[in-house]
Design a protein around this ligand. Structure first.
Ligand SMILES: Cc1cc2nc3c(=O)[nH]c(=O)nc-3n(C[C@H](O)[C@H](O)[C@H](O)COP(=O)(O)O)c2cc1C
Length: 159
């Protein structure tokens, strides 16, 4: 690996991110993935983007569905982060804690925030695709205590 790539990896390990589960429903079947690569994009229209690896199981379906939901995880939801990042746990992913709306997208109850988006654009780059969503509905949890990921570990934000 070149020094630049290794240094980029080290730099990214020093960037703290909130942890999200991106959820969709495909022909009645809920799917999701743990993703830190999420960013607000614009306020007019209210929109965000997520970056998804083309090898992830939901990637192909995300390109087809009308909606996706960004579930920003609460600190108490580290187990969800681990489950949606572990391909051996596909069968367990939606058994508890979810409202599965298959008209649009599943929503994680008790999430720090749930941001339901209408999927609009998609852009492939390298190993990933950027998906853009226009915000349609938002729910937030009153206490502000998100799960964060930094230097390979889960943690919390000390205000
Ligand atoms: C903390 C963390 C953050 C992650 N962020 C992303 C991400 O932003 N985009 C992505 O495509 N995969 C990301 N992943 C990897 C996926 O969660 C993982 O590959 C997942 O198992 C893919 O889903 P699948 O098993 O259904 O294919 C992340 C994993 C972890 C543990």
């Amino acid at each position: 690996m070149s020094d630049d790539i290794e240094n980029f990896r080290l730099a990214m390990r020093r960037v703290a991110s909130t942890v999200n589960v991106i959820s969709i429903c495909v022909e009645g079947r809920p799917m999701g993935i743990t993703a830190t690569a999420m960013s607000a994009l614009s306020m007019d229209p209210a929109s965000l983007l997520v970056c998804i690896n083309q090898a992830a199981s939901l990637h192909g379906s995300l390109a087809d569905v009308s909606h996706f939901c960004v579930n920003v995880l609460h600190r108490s939801q580290e187990g969800m982060a681990r489950m949606f990042a572990d391909s051996r746990q596909h069968a367990l992913r939606f058994t508890e804690g979810w409202t599965v709306d298959c008209e649009r997208a599943p929503r994680l109850m008790e999430a720090q925030a749930s941001i339901l988006c209408r999927r609009t654009d998609q852009h492939r780059f390298g190993t990933h695709s950027i998906f853009i969503g226009v915000v349609e509905e938002v729910a937030v949890r009153d206490d502000v205590d998100p799960l964060v990921y930094l230097n390979g570990f889960y943690g919390e934000v000390a205000a």
